[in-house]
Design a protein around this ligand. Structure first.
Ligand SMILES: Nc1ncnc2c1ncn2[C@@H]1O[C@H](COP(=O)(O)OP(=O)(O)O)[C@@H](O)[C@H]1O
Ligand SMILES: [Mg+2]
Length: 472
């Protein structure tokens, strides 16, 4: 006997492990509801089993005739055998199986197939086949003591149905079940497809992450190589260069005998250029030490005002040559800064050298310093909640202001990168390798300070340096 059913699309369930199970496809509550409405419509008990024999829905109650048979021990045992036998019936193909009960009742077992696979069974019954009107001899064979006439009266109360009516009922039930299976299938597929796509994007992300990590590691290795190269080369250049400088000084001093004015001129040029080269090499060495974190900083109390005066004093000859005015506007009684005076001088010297270099003749360079109004800084947050109780550290601001070229807003972050110069063309008229500001930035960072660039009006640049004051 064939059972009509909705043909389900055969989709490979790719990510599902093992065979599809009825309990995975079906919504239990919907299944129970379906069986319940079936039972209340036709009065016939329904049970649904998974392929492993688990009961997924059980809509049954004991009939009076069964209760009566149960009053006899042999009747109870026979009933148990019947129910046991029905439970394990495995219908072949699409065929339904009829299993008679010794009381005259019958059970109908129908397969639930899905995607060509057996995933469960429906058991209908007990019901009374329409043609049965007598108590079969089987009942008295089980226990002759049972009253056959009483059994017949009770049997009449069991829902009666013709064989093909039952077949139609089962078909109807199967059709409804297929609908539930179909929507369950859809949900399962959707969630599995979602899972698969999530897994796929995760896998892609992992691949990309690995590729990025690899590129990052390579870059890091290259960067290390570059730093090592810079450190070695600079070191190796410095030694012979100090000899060049030393010998040219000796020549200039006439230690090797008197020299002509022209020779003295040449020697002075050798000396000057060698000094420039030495400064560059020193910058390279500083940078490589700052990058590798091997530059050590002294920790002393530094009076910023004194450093500023010092730097300005050394600037005077060069500034005078270019008719650039040097102005110092320092607040008196500035708090001290904790740090390395020599390195802070290097910072200000670099900023002033730039200011002078990029300011046309006749301009002005101002160094202005003041104490900033106290504010809780990020550093103080390290005190873990006690920041409010702790005395707030003052900050000291130093501005190096010029009336020169100015730096476009879009360049202000980049000029702190090593070797970066706003104008790096070959026709560039300014000397320098683009290392000064990168060194400045690293030294300022190491002091717990920060540096930024602002515009000076009407023209020029202001480098704004902030340093935390030393603890009182
Ligand atoms: N005061 C300034 N005015 C205008 N441009 C400046 C000033 N200071 C620095 N710059 C720009 O920033 C670049 C980087 O400066 P720096 O790192 O000191 O390198 P260098 O002085 O060797 O060129 C300079 O080449 C210049 O383009
Ligand atoms: Mg410079």
């Amino acid at each position: 006997m064939s059972v009509s059913k909705i043909t389900l699309p055969t989709i490979q369930l790719g990510v599902h492990d093992g065979p599809v199970r009825l309990e995975d496809l079906i919504d239990r509550a919907a299944l129970v509801e379906l069986c319940e409405s079936f039972r209340s419509l036709f009065g016939i008990a329904v049970r649904v089993f998974s392929s492993e024999g688990t009961v997924l829905a059980d809509l049954s109650s004991q009939h009076e005739v069964c209760a009566f048979v149960g009053t006899s021990a042999r009747g109870r045992a026979a009933c148990g055998r019947t129910v046991g036998a029905v439970k394990v019936i495995e219908p072949k193909g699409d065929a339904m199986v009829v299993h008679p009960c010794f009381t005259g009742n019958a059970y109908r077992v129908a397969p639930i197939d899905y995607d060509g696979r057996r995933i469960g069974r429906i058991v209908l019954g007990p019901f009374l086949p329409a043609e049965t009107d007598w108590v079969p001899s089987a009942l008295s064979e089980v226990d002759p003591a049972l009253d056959a006439e009483h059994a017949r009266r009770l049997l009449a109360k069991v829902p009666r149905a013709k064989g093909d009516t039952i077949t139609r009922l089962v078909r109807h039930l199967r059709a409804s079940l297929d609908l539930i299976l179909f929507s369950g299938h859809k949900t399962l597929l959707t969630s599995q497809m979602h899972l698969a796509s999530v897994r796929e994007s995760y896998r892609q992300l992992e691949d990309k992450g690995a590729a990025l990590q690899e590129a990052f590691d390579k870059l890091k290795a290259l960067d290390r190589l570059k730093s090592n190269f810079l450190a070695t080369v600079s070191h190796e250049l410095r030694t012979p260069l100090t000899s060049v400088i030393g010998y040219s000084e000796m020549l200039a001093d006439g230690i090797a005998g008197p020299i002509t004015p022209q020779q003295a001129d040449f020697v002075a040029t050798i000396s000057e250029k060698s000094q420039q080269l030495l400064t560059l090499i020193q910058s390279l060495l500083d940078l490589s030490k700052l990058e590798s974190g091997t530059l050590t900083f002294r920790s002393e109390r530094v009076r910023v005002g004194e450093v500023i005066d010092d730097v300005l004093k050394t600037m005077i000859p060069a500034a005078r040559k270019r008719r650039v005015e040097l102005i110092s506007e320092c607040e008196p009684d500035l708090p001290e800064v904790a740090g390395d005076a020599e390195r802070l001088r290097q910072v200000l010297t670099n900023l002033c050298d730039n200011a002078l270099k990029f300011t046309p003749d006749g301009g002005a360079i101002t160094l202005r310093s003041r104490v900033l109004p106290a504010a809780v800084t990020e550093d103080d947050d390290d005190d873990g909640g006690f920041a409010l109780l702790a005395p707030v550290r003052a900050r000291i601001e130093v501005r190096v202001i010029d009336t020169g070229l100015g730096i476009a807003a879009s360049e202000r972050e980049k000029v702190f990168d090593a070797f970066y110069q706003v104008d790096s063309s070959s026709t560039r008229q300014y000397e320098g390798a683009g290392l000064g500001l990168s060194i400045v930035k690293r030294i300022v960072d190491a002091h717990g300070g920060n540096i930024r660039i602002e515009s000076n009006t009407p023209r020029g640049t202001a480098f704004v340096l902030e340093l935390p004051a030393a603890h009182a």
